[in-house]
Write a protein that binds this ligand. Sequence first.
Ligand SMILES: [Zn+2]
Ligand SMILES: [Zn+2]
Length: 178
Amino acid sequence: MTMNNQELWNRCIEFHGHSCGGLAIGFRAALYAKSLLDLDFSDDEQTVCVAENDSCSVDAVQVVLGCSVGKGNLLFHMTGKQAFSFYNRVTGKSVRLITRLKPQGMTKEQSFAYYRETPDEQLFEIKETRIPMPEEARLFESYICESCGELTASNWIRIREGKKLCIDCYQSYDRFHV
Ligand SMILES: [Zn+2]
Ligand SMILES: [Zn+2]
């Protein structure tokens, strides 16, 4: 079995809630990227993943590589493809992995076995990343929205007639004042 880390796989299932083919894709992609780019579990932002889907597979990437939305090292560039770009901030190396077309007419069970057992290079195509390495997460100062009074990070503040407004107030202003 190419999925040599049963314990890690079990943790993916625990995190995701069930075992499925999608989770297996993400698990394999994360492990493959780990070996290609010398990645470790990312306790900060050393490892970055840009996922091109928000399906089951992404959950395994979070568990295996420590990429998460909260840390700012899991980003989405939605194309609806089972493709992931991985970046190693320390070495500057990156890789984009996309699943190759799988043989047609597989049952759910066969397809799950396919995702578990097919060797890395047959399962994924290795491509160059198209997106430059995302910048590190920034801390933004915050302002109080002058309409609702709620504290809002500055990158989400919009200015309307000299007033600092949060996105929601800015948009409802648009709706009601045109
Ligand atoms: Zn799933
Ligand atoms: Zn507001």
